[in-house]
Design a protein around this ligand. Structure first.
Ligand SMILES: Cc1cc2nc3c(=O)[nH]c(=O)nc-3n(C[C@H](O)[C@H](O)[C@H](O)COP(=O)(O)OP(=O)(O)OC[C@H]3O[C@@H](n4cnc5c(N)ncnc54)[C@H](O)[C@@H]3O)c2cc1C
Length: 485
């Protein structure tokens, strides 16, 4: 029996959910209908309580935290989300959306409450210079739909199989952020089911409090159901450059130079763990767009850079192949099982002036034991002013660096618990130099610390939460606000 047929069997063995029994605080199935607990509203989709669905919703890419929801909604329409939000509100049940479950520390989980599986809501409509996309759609699907019309969203995450709602709820940064801000900066309008069960449209002009509390707002005020995303003309082809440096300082100096003059369309950077007798490696990854016929001017693009020319790797590829460049590696990691190991990730934004010293100290003692066999260390800058999201908190300097330790608890590496502890201590050190957490990782953080994190934005965030989720039922796994009743 394959896993899929086993899962199907488990699900069909389960009776349909018809209501929630407040006295026992359990979901009631068909078999209990006689008890008069069948008050579930009529839905286009369905609510399920089978162990396979609940088990999947109690896990994420981190495999570190497990909270079992009481039930999972597979919505047939946005109206199902509204109806079930109202229902959960009435019964004091907590609710969270699940996009692709690629959070790493239980951010999208709910103990005993309702998980809304967003994957069925995935429609995409491409217009002249925008796309209207349902929140469960994947960025890979949005890329393909827009590229078919010669258009593209301005910013992509490195991995495309994340949901639109999932990345807009945290921000979504990538190598184009130095030109266009985060993915959430490209959003012109949202449709949201708020915690009071209303369906609201919002934008920078219409209900700006909700708009700014939803983008990078970690699902605290509503479930994003639809986003209107700005589009740009797409390039046909890209030239991809990998440039090597002897030190962190040499890498970051050139990264800042090219980010400030904007010569490349995309800029990131990666630090490679020591192998054999070789020490750390430092690589700048950059991309220039072109139409496929007139190649970019290498001399101009590489002018004045201090990398080691003999180590340059330059390659042309289609724009989609570039966006989807992780797919092959992910397939390999899946085939070896490494993809399914725990992922205690650490992601923080650092002020440029403190980046070199901080990164050098952080990697000094780092070995494969601390980051795992497939661990990835990323480092890249962008101008702070490109990001205009009150809730994506960034250091107070002109240029900020995203620094990530994407750890995998591989076989033979450190334990997941040790890695989470190491994350916590590195978080405190980064905070001491003015760093801010990018809340997609696995760093234990208290509500008081989140309050400090949001600083001057806290009052507006809290007011939006009180207004749009007055019972405090939404997305408790983020641990930002104290849980509601
Ligand atoms: C392999 C990999 C690569 C990544 N690369 C990048 C990268 O390059 N850049 C970057 O910025 N991030 C990156 N991330 C982090 C990623 O952007 C976030 O973890 C994102 O939230 C995951 O999207 P998801 O669809 O899996 O969301 P989920 O994990 O399902 O949800 C994340 C959070 O958002 C909430 N949520 C989900 N959908 C909605 C919605 N519609 N409305 C309201 N709240 C919602 C959930 O309740 C949860 O709290 C990466 C993660 C992985 C695993």
């Amino acid at each position: 029996m394959t896993w899929h047929s086993w899962r199907r069997a488990l699900r069909t063995a389960e009776a349909a959910v018809v209501g929630f029994d407040p006295s026992t605080r359990t979901w009631v199935t068909d078999a209990d209908r006689s008890q008069g607990m069948d008050d579930l509203p009529p839905l286009k989709g369905k609510v399920v309580t089978d162990p396979a669905s609940r088990g999947q919703a109690a896990d994420d890419f981190g495999h570190l935290v497990h909270r079992f929801p009481g039930a999972v909604l597979e919505p047939g329409a946005v109206s199902d989300i509204m109806l079930m939000m109202k229902y959960c509100r009435t019964h004091g049940l907590q609710v969270a959306a699940r996009g692709q479950g690629h959070a790493t520390f239980g951010q999208g989980q709910v103990e005993g409450g309702l998980i809304i599986d967003m994957t069925p809501l995935n429609a995409i409509e491409v217009r002249e210079d925008t796309a209207v996309v349902e929140a469960g759609a994947l960025w890979s699907s949005l890329a393909q739909a827009t590229l078919a019309r010669g258009l593209t969203p301005p910013v992509f995450t490195d991995y495309l199989e994340l949901s639109v709602g999932g990345t807009l709820s945290v921000g979504g940064v990538g190598g184009q952020t130095h030109h266009h801000g985060s993915q959430a900066d490209s959003v012109v309008e949202l449709e949201i089911v708020t915690g009071e069960a209303g369906l609201r449209r919002c934008s920078a002009q219409l209900r700006p409090d909700l708009f700014h509390a939803a983008l990078a707002g970690r699902g605290q005020c509503g479930i994003i159901t639809k986003a209107t995303v700005r589009l740009l003309p797409a390039p046909a082809t890209v030239r991809h450059y990998l440039l090597s440096y002897p030190s962190v300082a040499a890498l970051t100096a050139d990264q800042q130079r090219v980010v400030n003059d904007g010569r490349f369309a995309y800029v990131e950077g990666e630090l490679g763990l020591p192998t054999g007798s070789a020490g750390w490696s430092y690589q700048l990854e950059a991309v220039a767009f072109f139409d496929g016929t007139t190649p970019p001017d290498d001399a101009r693009l590489l002018d004045g850079l201090s990398d080691q020319p003999v180590d340059r790797e330059i390659q042309d590829m289609s724009y989609f192949d570039f966006l989807n460049r992780l797919a092959e590696g992910v397939a390999y990691l899946k085939s070896t099982g490494e993809w399914y190991r725990p992922h205690p990730w650490w992601n923080m934004f650092l002020p440029a002036s403190r980046t070199d010293a901080f990164v050098e100290a952080a990697i000094k003692e780092l070995t494969e034991t601390e980051v795992g066999a497939s661990g990835v260390v990323l480092l890249y800058p962008f101008p702070r002013a490109r990001v205009n999201l009150p809730l994506l908190r960034l250091p107070d300097e002109e240029t900020v660096f995203l620094f990530t330790l994407l750890r995998t608890a591989s076989l033979g590496a450190g334990s997941p618990q040790d890695m989470v502890e190491a994350n916590r201590s590195l978080y405190l050190s980064a905070q001491a130099v003015g760093g801010y957490q990018y809340p997609v990782g696995s760093i234990p953080t208290t509500p008081e610390e989140w309050r400090t994190h949001y600083g001057p934005e806290w009052a507006a965030f809290e007011a939006a939460r009180e207004r749009y989720d007055p019972d405090g039922i939404l997305t408790p796994g983020q641990g930002v606000f104290p849980p509601g009743p």
